[in-house]
Design a protein around this ligand. Structure first.
Ligand SMILES: *Cc1c(COP(=O)(O)O)cnc(C)c1O
Length: 423
């Protein structure tokens, strides 16, 4: 038997008597009919629950990493549930502000923040800027000379810990473009420089070891590596970053946010860290709350090779398989609990053979053109990492809760694609 494991579906997922899927009390096929496909369907209550869980696990100061999934509704939701927001670009900052999130609840990240980004962040008064380089400190000095503003900053420290995850999302090792190296002494030099500087108010330290980290023990290692430096600095705040993983496919297991928080708190206590400890989960808040629903347009059986099932989306709405070789499950929203006895390759509609969504997709027999097919756990780093390749518009996003669905991002149109084309 190969039935889709229920725990990969959003918390509110229910299977109706006819075998079809409901999320947030809404019939998924009806949503696809109303809003078109591809469609991201989020369980809004699950997003809220995860935000509350993060606040309970880490306390005030815990931030939602908006690059995982961002729109105004999401920014508002995370803010309403008590989270701060981590923004890593001027664009993310603009969306969070447009959502009405107070600037002092925002944390600005980035390894190469522009003058404009820093200027804007200081003007609106973001809560924290996480400084990543000496060049950034130079820029902050220059801006200070012009307007006298003194932002509160954290210093991003590279603890020299290799969290085992995909190399593209491993960020805590010595050989990293991020932060100030602990071992080479740059971290200590950056603290000294900030202390002697009138252009920043240094309030704490920050480390982010990577993303899709399954083993909470890597955080213990990072905390142990950082502890003497944190103690020496005497600074009041330590952010341990984000990165706790989520299960995408059958057989994977990941710590919950609550478990992760307990590991981090215990490790900090054991290491004698008295600074206020916080974190920045993104994926763990958003990934498992959504599914992507596609419509099958072509089923091509290549004799002796395989069957290609082509849907109306592809690597522009989910680049993770092409980028990291990430795996996903597949299921049919009309028959959620069907035994998936056949293996096909789920591909998109883009002009490239790398446009694969699920290389070994398990599906029940009888899959046909016109069917809806869905991938679970697509709420993070899908739409936000997507593109407009082949000049196709990106999908719509709905939030479902209590039997109602609301459109939070509409589908992009040809007019949207032409909006920036001024030639
Ligand atoms: C990407 C990122 C996060 C969030 O990572 P997740 O894996 O989504 O939890 C948090 N902090 C920083 C600095 C990041 O770059």
């Amino acid at each position: 038997m190969s039935v889709l494991p229920r725990h990969l579906l959003p918390d509110s997922a229910e299977v109706a008597p006819d075998g079809s899927l409901r999320i947030g009390g809404c019939d998924v096929a009806a949503l696809a009919e109303e809003y078109g496909t591809p469609l991201f369907v989020y369980d809004e209550d699950q997003l809220r629950d995860r935000c509350r869980e993060a606040v309970a696990a880490f306390g005030d100061g815990v931030a939602y990493a908006t690059k995982a999934f961002l729109c105004r509704a999401m920014a508002r939701l995370a803010h309403e549930e008590g989270m701060h927001l981590d923004v890593a670009s001027g664009g993310e900052l603009a969306i969070a502000l447009a959502a009405g999130v107070p600037a002092d609840r925002l944390v600005l990240h980035g390894n190469n923040k522009s003058d404009d980004e820093l200027l804007r962040a200081r003007e609106v008064g973001v809560g924290r800027i996480v400084v990543d380089s000496f060049d950034e400190l130079d820029r902050l000095d220059r801006l200070h000379a012009a307007d006298g503003r003194v932002p509160k900053v954290l210093l991003r420290i590279t603890p020299g810990v290799e969290a085992h995850t995909h190399e593209f999302v491993m960020t805590g090792q010595d050989d990293s473009k991020f932060g100030f190296g602990l071992k080479v002494g740059d971290a200590a030099r950056a603290v000294e420089r900030c202390r002697a500087s009138a252009s920043v108010e240094l309030v704490g330290l920050h480390a982010h070891i990577g993303s899709q980290v399954f083993v909470a023990g890597f955080y213990e290692q990072a905390i142990e590596a950082l502890a003497p430096f944190v103690a020496e600095s005497g600074l009041a705040e330590l952010s341990i970053g984000g990165g706790i993983g989520v299960a995408y496919v059958e057989g994977e297991e990941a710590p919950s946010i609550t478990e992760w928080g307990a590991v981090v708190r215990d490790a900090c206590a054991a290491a004698g860290i008295t600074a206020r400890v916080s974190a920045e989960p993104g994926r763990a808040i958003a990934a498992a709350a959504a599914i992507t629903v596609y419509r099958v347009g072509t089923v091509k059986e290549v004799p002796g090779i395989r069957t290609f099932v082509a849907c109306d989306g592809g690597f522009i709405d989910n680049p993770r398989p092409a980028l990291y070789g990430s795996g996903y499950e597949t299921f049919l929203p009309r028959s959620v609990d069907a035994d998936r006895t056949e293996t096909v390759r789920l591909v998109g509609k883009h002009c490239e053979s790398g446009d694969v969504l699920v290389a070994e997709a398990r599906v029940p027999p009888g899959l046909r053109v016109g069917d809806l097919i869905a991938t679970p756990v697509t709420g993070a780093y899908g739409r936000t990492m997507g593109s407009n390749y082949n000049s196709l518009g990106r999908p719509a996003v709905v939030f479902a809760s209590g039997g109602d669905a609301r459109l939070v991002i509409r589908r992009e149109t040809d007019e949207d694609l032409l909006a920036t084309d001024v030639g």
